[in-house]
Design a protein around this ligand. Structure first.
Ligand SMILES: Cc1cc2nc3c(=O)[nH]c(=O)nc-3n(C[C@H](O)[C@H](O)[C@H](O)COP(=O)(O)OP(=O)(O)OC[C@H]3O[C@@H](n4cnc5c(N)ncnc54)[C@H](O)[C@@H]3O)c2cc1C
Length: 406
């Protein structure tokens, strides 16, 4: 007889939300939540921000109190790495040899660091940032006067650089393209580069890394133009890829992550995938994507739980994201894919402004710096029938809030 248990692999933002939402939906069957990390499930965003700066300790990180799991009948197994999925018999084998039967399996395995292809990346003193252990190791080294080279000016690289600077460390950021280039408008990218540089962060833009050099530990980063950047340690933040190893090995369809349909179901109806590991069809954009954000992980956790509890609906949540760098709070609502027109609202000189991106005349994305009101309004306009023209968006006298409330 098949098991009635729902097993969730991965206890990050997506996995924990799916378990919690299943209970909120009235799901009565057993839930097993497997985490290969030793800690209580925790939030990742503070790892490059408040936790790295020492403004938050370990106590601030957990997603839920320890008692939450037993109180909600969720069997959390920490340090339990799923090693194999046997789809024919609907079983998981863990690395320590236990076997768990499932009626439904949810893959919430997140993402893993992209490797920088350069000699010396395995030297001691070269770090990346995904886990509490990574953040703790970096934080211990961020002392006044310490030289840190950060490879990659994505959100995480820039957040680490800003945190390092606030602790008195000397950070240099190496970026082959432009800062946050895959995620934000050119105007926003330029603003951040200028603002960070004015605050004392150093940049090497348009150059890659040819080698990390050192005798027994990282001591310098050699750039593609030959410049040698001395460094006490190095942090690599060149992006992540989906952690889809288990899915691939079990024969599930995978492309840019585990392929799911609009209901987050994989090519096997007994298995779903959510969060950073899932390659899903974006309903309003009409193409497949994979998102790396807390909002997406949490909303997909809720969506899969609703389906398993008998309330199926295609996943169509508005994507939104934030990044805190120094005293700049960047909030993004929507996605910039295919945007053909950008307009500016407010003045970048004041360090509080927004860029509005339009796709075929419709508002698609709003990037706000220190303007939470624009972000809140954007969330109520994007993807609705409310009409905002580029001219109105750029007009400071236009009442955006009134349109959003309509
Ligand atoms: C430093 C940092 C800062 C960030 N800042 C922001 C931010 O400001 N805003 C924002 O929206 N997003 C931010 N993100 C991204 C956000 O944290 C992720 O999008 C989110 O964590 C995705 O949730 P998830 O549950 O899909 O994956 P994860 O949180 O990565 O959780 C997946 C879990 O599955 C575990 N796992 C993997 N394989 C197995 C296995 N075989 N067996 C058992 N367990 C397994 C992993 O170890 C991990 O614990 C940040 C990420 C990082 C690393």
């Amino acid at each position: 007889m098949s098991s009635s248990s729902t097993v969730i692999i991965g206890a990050g933002h997506a996995g924990v939300q799916a378990a919690a939402s299943l209970r909120e939906e009235g799901f009565q069957e057993p839930i097993v939540l497997l985490s290969d990390e030793p800690e209580l499930p925790y939030q990742r965003p503070p790892l490059s921000k408040a936790f790295l700066k020492g403004e938050m300790d370990m106590l601030g990180l957990p997603l839920r109190a320890e008692s939450f799991f037993p109180e909600h009948g969720i069997e959390l197994r920490r340090g339990a790495r799923a090693a194999r999925i046997d789809r024919a018999s609907q079983r998981i084998e863990t690395r320590d040899g236990s076997v768990i039967d499932y009626g439904h399996l949810i893959l919430a395995t997140g993402a893993r660091q992209r490797r920088l292809a350069a000699p010396g990346v395995d030297l001691p003193g070269v770090f990346s940032l995904r886990t509490i252990a990574d953040a703790t190791a970096i934080r211990e080294r961020l002392k006044p006067g310490t030289k840190v080279a950060i490879v990659g000016a994505g959100f995480i690289g820039l957040e680490i650089a800003a945190s390092a600077k606030s602790l008195g460390a000397e950070a240099t950021v190496v970026e082959i393209a432009r800062p946050m280039g895959r995620a934000v408008s050119p105007l926003m990218s330029d603003f951040y580069l200028k603002d960070h540089a004015a605050s004392g962060l150093k940049f090497r833009i348009g150059r890659g890394v040819s080698e990390i050099r050192g005798a027994g530990k990282a001591e310098a980063v050699v750039l593609t133009d030959g410049e040698v950047l001395p460094a006490d340690f190095v942090v690599i933040g060149v992006g992540v890829t989906a952690e889809d190893t288990l899915a691939r090995e079990s024969g599930l369809e995978c492309l840019n992550g585990v392929v799911v349909d609009a209901h987050l179901q994989t090519s096997d109806p007994a298995i779903s995938a959510i969060g950073d590991c899932a390659d899903f069809p974006h309903a309003s954009l009409g193409f497949r994507t994979r998102l790396e954000s807390v909002q997406n992980a949490v909303d997909q956790g809720r969506s899969v739980a609703a389906r398993l509890a008998g309330r199926p609906a295609p996943y169509d949540a508005l994507a939104w994201f934030w990044s805190d760098q120094a005293d700049l709070k960047l909030m993004i609502a929507g996605l910039s894919h295919g945007v053909d027109t950008w307009v500016l609202r407010g003045d970048p000189e004041t360090r509080a402004f927004s860029t509005f991106g339009f796709r075929n005349g419709k508002l698609a994305v709003v990037e706000s710096v220190n303007r939470a009101g624009d972000h809140a309004a954007a969330k109520r306009i994007i993807g609705t029938s409310k009409t905002l023209t580029p001219e109105d968006a750029a007009n400071p006298a236009f009442d955006l809030r009134a349109l959003a409330k309509r």
